[in-house]
Design a protein around this ligand. Structure first.
Ligand SMILES: C[S@@+](CC[C@H](N)C(=O)[O-])C[C@H]1O[C@@H](n2cnc3c(N)ncnc32)[C@H](O)[C@@H]1O
Length: 265
């Protein structure tokens, strides 16, 4: 299994906890109907999972993560929302512990960019999806991020981030590859789309820029960059300042490009 680049520092969780079906799985929304069974691969802290669960209730959601500690966060999220139709299970997308055809919908948000073998992962997701069901995956594409104004430290951030994910066996520019991975995994009926997050208000900039200023300085990513000799503490401090400068600029605008696939099983 590859290493998950971000880890689960509070600054990382802050980003995951913002996610909803509306802002992160709109392409799947027409396929979410009451009573379906859904597997959520790499659920993280489980905010998106809880939203998916509300849409398929009384159907059940099974949420997996490689580590129990992350599942504890997701369990707490479900509890705090009164969501009772989610089962949390330790698991790895490369070897799912269910028989063929177990789920109506198999979903992974921002997971395939981090795994060692995304084609094998999609093949396994397809295996546990029932005939007539759907496999849904959405991943960001870092080379497709766009922002204004130009901030040289953010170019450094992008290059370091891409280096770190690849060093961990992942692919940061996954969005554009999802269709090719799905076809290689055996899907013959795939719909590929794209969507973005856009941060262009003072509040959104403060949230996104502030989060990355902390992530680059304090998350597992920071440790990897320092330990790997890819950056010095001064580099990371400069990049954090770059994010704060971008966030403080009234003209600041940034989009996060995502690729999406819906594969019919
Ligand atoms: C970017 S987070 C996304 C979390 C959640 N899906 C969301 O969008 O809020 C990616 C998650 O995938 C998990 N992950 C990494 N490798 C995995 C694997 N081989 N199998 C299952 N989950 C994995 C990580 O632990 C992490 O929590």
């Amino acid at each position: 299994m590859s290493r998950y680049t971000h880890g689960h520092h509070e600054s990382v969780l802050r980003s995951h906890r913002w996610r909803t079906v509306e802002n992160s799985a709109a392409y799947l929304r027409p396929h979410l109907t009451a009573g379906l069974s859904l597997l959520d691969v790499g659920c993280g802290p489980g905010t998106l999972t809880a939203d998916l669960a509300a849409r398929v209730a009384p159907g059940r959601v099974t949420a997996i993560e490689p580590a129990e500690a992350v599942l504890d966060l997701a369990r707490a999220e479900a509890r705090s929302r009164g969501v009772t139709n989610v089962d949390f299970v330790v698991g790895d997308v490369h070897a799912l512990g269910w028989p063929d055809g177990s789920f109506d919908v198999v979903h992974a948000h921002q997971v395939l960019q981090h795994v060692a073998d995304p084609v094998a992962a999609l093949r396994e997701m397809r295996r546990v999806c029932r005939p007539g069901g759907v496999v849904a995956a959405r991943d960001s594409d870092y080379a497709g991020f766009a922002w204004f104004p130009a901030v040289p430290a953010l170019d450094e951030w992008l290059a370091l981030y891409q280096w770190a994910v690849r060093a961990n066996g992942g692919e940061p520019d996954a969005g554009r590859r999802l269709l090719s991975w799905a076809r290689a995994a055996g899907f013959s009926n795939v719909t590929a789309t794209a969507s973005t997050w856009c941060f262009a208000t003072a509040e959104d900039r403060r949230w996104w820029g502030g989060m990355w200023a902390e992530r680059i300085a304090k998350s597992d990513l920071a440790r990897q960059l320092l330990d790997g000799g890819a950056a010095t503490p001064a580099d990371l401090a400069r990049i954090a300042d770059g994010w704060r400068d971008w966030a403080a600029d009234d003209d600041g605008w940034l989009t996060v490009l995502h690729g999406e696939i819906l594969g019919r099983c």
